[in-house]
Design a protein around this ligand. Structure first.
Ligand SMILES: C[S@@+](CC[C@H](N)C(=O)[O-])C[C@H]1O[C@@H](n2cnc3c(N)ncnc32)[C@H](O)[C@@H]1O
Length: 398
């Protein structure tokens, strides 16, 4: 019997590119020896029977398909990303949503992925490269509650370090995964020095990957890492938007130039750390961990409090980095009210420029309303997806 749950694939071709898709699908079906069933409510998604293993298939190895739960796909769709947008994914690893975001952007705009767990972000980096999706992307190991770097203009000319003097070690040249032993040792030392002097929450962002069109090539390190300063309007581009009253036009830096306008972070995804109790894949792990561990892993009040605090801070900082008129999606794969509606309520009470928005198309999705109007919930018992909570916000001028 075909069970859709947990067996949904997202093709690594933009789903609006119809030509050629049919023949591609036929090839994949022949290779997997099963029918790919279209998920009618989510373009680009197909379901396969759960016993079919895709990891050994040519289609998977060549990066034509990747596995992703349909509810997660819905969270990305809720962002309504258009080519050219500057998108921030604040809890990016291991990177399924990041890949889909990159697919939607095509070779335009920019995508910044942030995660506090280095090893998990390294998996993102591998995925982006495997699926050839990283051209406009940059990845930072950083704390999403304090991350402060603005998006760079994606349309800027790609400059080579040579134009700025190839011997200037401070200029980012084209990214390569092959670093000299000396460079790796230097980076390792710097990391160790950093972590012994700073707590995790104040770690400086560390750039671990950047694509050719991410806007990083040609920049000086001091330009890329110049922190947003709320007290200096000329540096903190986002604040200048409000003061100028000039719509969604902001200021950003380019190598060797004064600040130039850019369209800002239009979309922020905060797929926050949570207890994962709505994730079917995660719950299956309790068979291995032992069901008696459920109490401290999911139901423990102290842990929930700590997570709520983190979720609220991630959401607040994501919103701070959003431009006026942009969209932010907050999602968790927890089914608890504490990590979802309560976080949203606390956030709205403290941010007068935040407004909840209806998720377009949600009326066609197999989801229900959350306890707060305009929020939605995917419930595994009725949606045939993993559980997911989604709230979409926009930023108003205050
Ligand atoms: C639910 S997972 C994100 C899944 C991801 N969006 C995807 O689609 O693959 C939550 C992530 O949040 C990260 N995280 C936890 N605390 C964080 C923080 N303070 N800043 C940034 N990321 C954090 C975790 O390391 C974890 O990778």
């Amino acid at each position: 019997q075909c069970v859709i749950m947990g067996g949904v694939l997202y093709r690594s071709v933009p789903y609006w590119l119809k030509p050629g898709c049919e023949s591609l699908l036929a090839d994949i079906e022949a290779e997997l020896r099963c029918k790919l069933e279209e998920v009618v409510w989510l373009p680009g998604f197909f379901s396969i029977p759960p016993h079919i293993q895709i990891a050994g298939s040519k289609a998977y190895q060549q990066g034509v398909i990747y596995g992703m739960d349909a509810a997660s796909g819905a969270a990305v769709s809720a962002l309504d990303v258009s080519p050219g947008d500057h998108v921030l994914d604040l809890c990016a690893a291991p990177g399924a949503k990041l890949c889909m975001l990159s697919d939607l952007l095509g070779n335009s705009g920019s995508l910044t992925g942030v995660d506090i767990a280095r090893h998990r972000l390294a998996a993102c980096c591998t995925m982006l490269q495997k699926y050839a999706l990283g051209d406009c992307c940059r990845l930072f190991v950083a704390d999403g509650t304090t991350f402060s770097l603005l998006p760079l203009r994606s349309c800027m000319d790609i400059k080579s370090g040579a134009a700025y003097g190839a011997d200037n070690k401070d200029i980012f040249t084209e990214w390569t995964s092959k670093r000299s032993w000396k460079d790796r040792k230097k980076a390792f030392k710097a990391r160790n020095a950093n972590s012994s002097h700073q707590s995790q929450s104040t770690l400086e962002p560390e750039l671990i990957y950047y694509g050719r069109h991410s806007g990083v090539v040609g920049l000086c390190k001091s330009e890329l890492f110049r922190p947003r300063n709320d007290n200096e309007p000329s540096v903190s581009g986002y604040d200048r938007v409000c003061h100028l009253g000039a719509g969604p036009c902001m200021l950003s830096m380019e190598a060797g130039s004064a600040y130039r306008p850019f369209t800002g972070t239009k979309s922020v995804l905060v797929d926050a750390e949570c207890t994962h109790d709505g994730s079917v894949k995660h719950i299956q792990k309790f068979a291995f961990w032992g069901w008696n561990t459920l109490q401290h892993r999911v139901l423990d009040a102290k842990r929930t409090d700590t997570l709520m605090h983190l979720q609220l801070h991630l959401l607040t900082n994501g919103f701070r980095l959003l431009r006026v008129g942009g969209s932010l999606v907050y999602s968790t794969c927890s089914l608890t009210v504490a990590q979802n509606e309560h976080v949203v309520e606390h956030f709205l009470a403290r941010n007068s420029s935040a407004e909840l928005r209806e998720v377009d198309l949600a009326d066609k999705w197999p989801c229900k309303s959350g306890r707060i109007p305009k929020t939605i919930r995917f419930d595994p018992t009725t949606s045939k997806t993993s559980g997911l909570f989604i709230a979409k916000f926009t930023k108003l001028t205050t």
